[in-house]
Write a protein that binds this ligand. Structure first.
Ligand SMILES: [Zn+2]
Length: 497
């Protein structure tokens, strides 16, 4: 018999690919088991799209898995709530940058909730950190890394940081903007970048020693991370498209300002989501909105699709086909998992005397599968391998359940364990089925339906069939259709898929 004391000590080892070193390295927290994790967040000038979904669902898995492995993760995401694009969008709509970014950010948070993203500790808005940004600019000026221009802009002087370009493996000559790019004549060198944007009287501005203005892009992240996570932390993540120049700039700013290196122990980059082989971009007009998708597809299917493939490689989205494939994959897991859960609920209802023990060999196999899933995720988050292990386990469960459904609850728990273990990080099985309609926001509908289903089940168990039927009719009146399957009741919103 194994007991809690036999388990390996927490936190358990995890290895992650670090872009800077170009290899898979062990995660070694500065103060174990604490892990500071920062992921570049949204610029909410437009509603979020499926590509955002891929990045942020993946990093949700990272945070969940590390917590599951015993790390105490503080997961920080910034929100670039003010920049040139937000101001342009606000002008187009005839409203304020605040209205634009708050509306789109709320939509993003709602989509993330639907997708089961629940690991972020803090969303830090850039405009809430202007004093910290100005403090960092002052430090950079005092140390000679930054200089003011004549129009109220402040620049970072890239040549003062010789390792600029290391993350994206470019030499200094290569990071210089090409001759065709129009360069601000006040810069000492074309690669220098703005960290404080001098006042344009029509734009929102904060007072500063350089005159009224607003923060440049890169410095908001370093001011926020130094403030919240400290000068050095464990994991910095983001989409691969941010590697250059944004992440190079972050390294240069933070390490110049604090004098401490490295800023992040591990740099993680999630691959792009492509649309039938092409980059998804606003200019190509092939952007798929996240909210629209979640109105058409069940969230578990979307999450499952976004987690398919390997996170560092591009993922191709082929429209409906991709979701159909995800639905098939998910069903291979749902069928055994939902069946086990239904049997588990029944087993709780009593009648233990004629139930049988699970054959002992299954305990060992269940533990081995849990270890295999853990191993796959602990080696640079190989979700594909973890899901393959779940498929294999699903097949074994289907076999053991053939004909013999009278297992004791303890045995059913053993069979459920690999699914539960995997889903604590991967999180698609926990998402409710059914598509929320546009008029009914929020995932709480699933919880309410489940509550009603439980009441209906217990009515049936007591033999109170009129009551069970009343509950079914009540749900139907609310647009929820029930279907009783051998795996237990399933529900969907009428008109949904
Ligand atoms: Zn960033």
């Amino acid at each position: 018999m194994s007991s809690v004391t036999d388990r390996p000590p927490l936190p358990r080892p995890v290895r992650i690919h670090d872009t800077l070193r170009g290899e898979v390295v062990p995660l070694v927290p500065r103060v174990s088991p604490r892990v500071g994790m920062f992921v570049c967040g949204l610029t909410p000038y437009k509603p979020s799209h499926l590509g955002h979904g891929r990045t942020f669902v993946f990093f949700d898995v990272v945070a969940r898995f590390l917590r599951q492995q015993g790390y105490r993760v503080f997961y920080l995401q910034n929100v670039t709530d003010l920049d040139d694009k937000t101001l342009a969008q606000a002008r187009e709509e005839g409203t304020s940058y605040f209205e634009v970014s708050e509306r789109n950010f709320s939509g993003y948070v709602r989509d993330m909730e639907r997708l089961g993203v629940r690991s972020v500790n803090l969303y830090a808005r850039c405009t809430d950190y202007v004093p910290e940004i100005l403090l960092q600019i002052q430090e950079l000026m005092a140390k000679g890394f930054a200089y003011p221009g004549p129009t109220g802009d402040v620049y970072y002087e890239v040549s003062r940081f010789p390792s600029f370009g290391a993350l994206s493996r470019q030499r200094m000559e290569e990071v210089r903007p090409g001759a065709r790019v129009e360069v601000d004549p006040h810069k000492r060198a074309p690669e220098d970048f703005v960290i404080w944007k001098g006042g344009n009287p029509d734009e929102p501005a904060w007072p500063s020693p350089y005159g009224p203005g607003r923060p440049g892009w890169h410095i908001e992240d370093t001011a926020i991370t130094v403030t919240v996570l400290g000068p050095r932390y464990e994991i910095h993540g983001g989409g691969v498209e941010l590697k250059f120049p944004h992440h190079e700039a972050e390294i240069a700013l933070a390490e110049s300002a604090t004098g401490l290196a490295p800023l992040a122990q591990i740099w993680m980059h999630a691959g792009l989501l492509n649309m039938r082989g092409e980059k998804m971009s606003k200019s190509l007009g092939n952007v798929v909105g996240l909210s629209e998708t979640l109105h058409e597809q069940p969230p578990d299917r979307v999450r499952f699709f976004l987690l398919s493939g390997l996170y560092r490689s591009p993922l191709d989205f082929a429209g409906e086909e991709s979701f159909a494939e995800a639905a098939r994959g998910l069903e291979r897991l749902r069928a055994p998992y939902d069946r086990l859960r239904a049997l588990r609920a029944d087993a709780e209802g009593g009648g233990a005397d004629h139930r049988r023990e699970l054959p002992a060999s299954f305990r060992e196999r269940s533990e081995r599968v849990v270890e295999a899933i853990r191993g796959a995720l602990a080696e640079d988050f190989n979700v594909r391998q973890a899901v393959a292990e779940m498929y294999g386990w699903g097949r074994e469960v289907n076999t053991v359940l053939q004909g013999g459904e009278s297992l004791l609850a303890s045995g059913l728990d053993v069979l459920l364990e690999p699914f539960r273990f995997a889903d604590e990080s991967l999180g698609f099985l926990e998402l409710r089925e059914g598509v929320p309609s546009p008029s009914s926001p929020g995932p709480e509908i699933g919880a309410l339906v489940d509550l009603a289903l439980k009441a209906r089940e217990s009515a049936r168990r007591r033999g109170d069939f009129p009551e069970a039927d009343r509950i079914r009719e009540g749900l139907a009146g609310a647009g929820i259709a029930l279907e009783d399957t051998p795996q237990g009741p399933r529900w969907k919103r009428r008109g949904g898929t």
